[in-house]
Design a protein around this ligand. Structure first.
Ligand SMILES: Cc1ncc(COP(=O)(O)O)c(C=O)c1O
Length: 357
């Protein structure tokens, strides 16, 4: 697949320099066609019967295999969820922490991880976003290290293997890494993904990797996670990480996601990294770029003027990026689909603000 062929799958890119996959990626036409076809069939033939249940089950398994390929894991280690947040909730509900326990995390995490950490009942120890600070914060009370692989704010990538050297369980928020950078679980025990971002799926879709499913109790049971149950609710969990599956996930959304998973070319990771590097090169003469080189596909920068005003003026030029609240940063997300022209348009908009500041 050439770059032009691959890019032409996304109609939104004909209109905008769409640099927002860190929130929601561009949708391929095939995903929308598949979702429409599924809905049309629901409309005309109903949503029940053996054939329907079998088709939905098959679709769920194909997506499980697709997520496994993205994370370089086994399908047996993948649960289907609706989001990264849900993946974090599933893990924390299963581990079962209390007020005597500590979890160590960074000061650059998204609420999708922080909210579940707070709700776990453990003491949340927040340190600077670097490996040495995380390791130094570990005490005999620490039960879990919970971090993003790529920080949603600065785009910094953390060295998961170094954190795993503690021997503690490691929960990784993979929202900004899965599908964006080459897979590297780094020995993590749990790794979440959001499929609406770098995998270009419809929302809400997500997955959860569990290294050893039999060792994590099921904290959020669902009908889809059980293989048979008694009148009092006692039940046998399904094999592998299927036991952690979220409940009913929308058929149209899942069939759209299957098409999204198939839209990525082999050269996805090299191309995305090259465009992020190009974006840095273009912006560095104009603004302070805070993302360290070579870490991720996010490029966060501190504009000379007001970040919100810059985002609004870029929007008027058809360039879609976001600001990061309380940090005075603007974030551009570069995918394998990003073109030189997209980045030129971003640069022109940033230059215009810089000149008027
Ligand atoms: C690092 C990070 N974690 C979690 C989330 C939340 O993802 P989801 O909506 O899939 O729960 C986001 C969304 O932007 C994110 O950037």
């Amino acid at each position: 697949m050439t770059f032009e062929e691959a890019r032409s799958q996304f109609p939104v890119l004909e209109r905008y320099a769409y640099l927002q996959a860190g929130s929601s990626g561009p949708l391929p036409q095939a995903a929308v066609d598949a979702a429409r076809a599924w809905l049309g069939r629901d409309l005309e033939q109903g949503r029940s019967g053996m054939a329907y249940i079998e088709e939905l089950g098959g679709l769920r398994e194909r997506i499980r295999a697709g997520f496994a390929a993205v994370l370089d894991a086994s399908p047996e280690q993948i649960a289907l969820t609706d989001s990264t947040t849900r993946g974090c909730q599933i893990v924390l509900a299963g581990i079962g922490l209390g007020p005597e326990d500590e979890v160590v995390t960074t000061d650059e995490e998204h609420f999708g991880l922080l909210g579940p950490l707070q709700a776990s009942g453990a003491r949340v120890v927040v340190v600077d976003a670097d490996e040495a600070a995380l390791l130094a914060a570990v005490t005999p009370q620490t039960r879990l290290i919970a971090v993003s692989h790529v920080l949603w704010t600065t785009g910094q990538k953390l060295d998961l293997a170094r954190l795993k050297e503690t021997g503690l369980p490691v929960l990784v928020d993979g929202a900004q890494s899965a599908g964006a950078i080459p897979p590297d679980l780094g020995g993590a025990d749990f790794y979440t993904l959001s499929a609406q971002k770098w995998l270009c799926g419809p929302e809400p879709t997500g997955g959860l990797f569990v290294r050893d499913p039999s060792r994590l109790p099921v904290g959020l049971p669902t009908y889809f996670g059980q293989a048979g149950h008694e009148p009092d609710g006692a039940y046998a969990p399904r094999d592998g990480a299927r036991r952690f599956d979220s409940g009913w996930l929308s058929g149209p959304v899942l069939s759209g996601l299957e098409a999204s998973l198939a839209c990525h070319p082999e050269w996805r990771y090299e191309a995305a990294a090259a465009m992020a590097a190009r974006c840095r090169d273009l912006l560095e003469p104009l603004v302070e770029v805070v993302t360290p080189p070579g870490h991720s596909t996010l490029v966060s920068f501190r504009p000379l003027g007001d970040p919100k005003e810059l985002v609004a003026s870029l929007d008027e030029r058809g360039v879609i990026v976001r600001d990061l609240p309380r940090r005075n940063l603007v974030r551009a997300s570069c995918g394998w689909w990003t073109s030189e022209d997209d980045l030129e348009r971003l640069t022109q908009g940033v230059r215009a603000q810089t000149q008027s500041a």
